[in-house]
Design a protein around this ligand. Structure first.
Ligand SMILES: C[S@@+](CC[C@H](N)C(=O)[O-])C[C@H]1O[C@@H](n2cnc3c(N)ncnc32)[C@H](O)[C@@H]1O
Length: 224
């Protein structure tokens, strides 16, 4: 059975060692520091689960950079130069997804008085900018897929997924990303859905509730 947890007020004591990365937590304008710590703690728990890590809706890559750092720090055979060029082997691959055209149009399910600032085209960033941030941070560049989630195909998603962070803000974005990752989740894997309790983004809750009614799988879903 699928287990649901709402852990907005988690008091996790996750101690993240990365020097620069800690600064990035504070700079992230999309995910709070507390949420980030929770996401990283859950991602850490999934290190022993079969499969790769994915993030649907990476935007500038703030959370993606920290997930990449986590994977590098936990590599079996740590890459000497952190880019993996000197023979190191990453524990898992990171795959990140975005339109790189900003948010799509809202559907009726997303309408809310508090959410008027979430408009089509907001949160625009280019794929190149995100790639360059990884290079500047000295981290391995993940698989970066550009496209609308509704247009992604099965082969765009890893065969097995250990950890999924879904942060597409809107009803159809969460619905489509759940459709893609759900069947690929490994036993013991975790899906984290952001904005489930955000009154400005009511479509997120609707998409999760519809999906959970349709699926009865042994997947842990954490709602932030
Ligand atoms: C809130 S931001 C993500 C923030 C990021 N996860 C972080 O931790 O910093 C949402 C992103 O999802 C992308 N997005 C939303 N819906 C999408 C869709 N249907 N297809 C592709 N990208 C989408 C937007 O372009 C935007 O960059």
């Amino acid at each position: 059975m699928m287990k649901f947890e709402s852990e907005v007020n988690s008091d996790s004591n996750f101690d993240y060692k990365g020097r620069n990365i800690r600064v990035m937590v504070w700079k992230n304008d999309q995910v709070s520091e507390k949420e980030t710590e929770k996401i990283l703690a859950l991602a850490r728990e999934c290190l022993s689960v079969e499969g790769d890590y994915v993030e649907f809706g990476c935007y500038k890559g703030d959370t993606s950079l920290m997930l990449a750092e986590l994977l590098v720090e936990n590599s079996v055979d740590k890459p000497v130069d952190r880019l993996g060029k000197d023979g190191g082997k990453l524990a898992k691959k990171l795959w990140i997804y975005d339109s790189f055209e900003g948010l799509p149009e809202k559907s009726a399910a997303d309408e809310s008085v508090m959410g008027v600032d979430f408009r089509a085209g907001e949160l625009f960033v280019t794929k190149r900018e995100v790639k360059e941030r990884f290079l500047r941070a000295g981290l391995p560049v993940p698989v970066i897929k550009k496209g609308w989630f509704s247009e992604l195909r099965e082969e765009d998603v890893p065969e097995r997924i250990a950890f999924a962070f879904l942060d597409g803000d809107f009803y159809e974005s969460i619905r489509d990303s759940l459709r893609l990752v759900g069947p690929r989740m490994s036993e013991g894997g975790v899906i984290v859905v952001h904005d489930y309790t955000n009154p400005a983004l009511p479509g997120v809750r609707k998409a999760v509730e519809e999906w959970s009614e349709a699926k009865k799988e042994n997947i842990r879903v954490v709602l932030l």
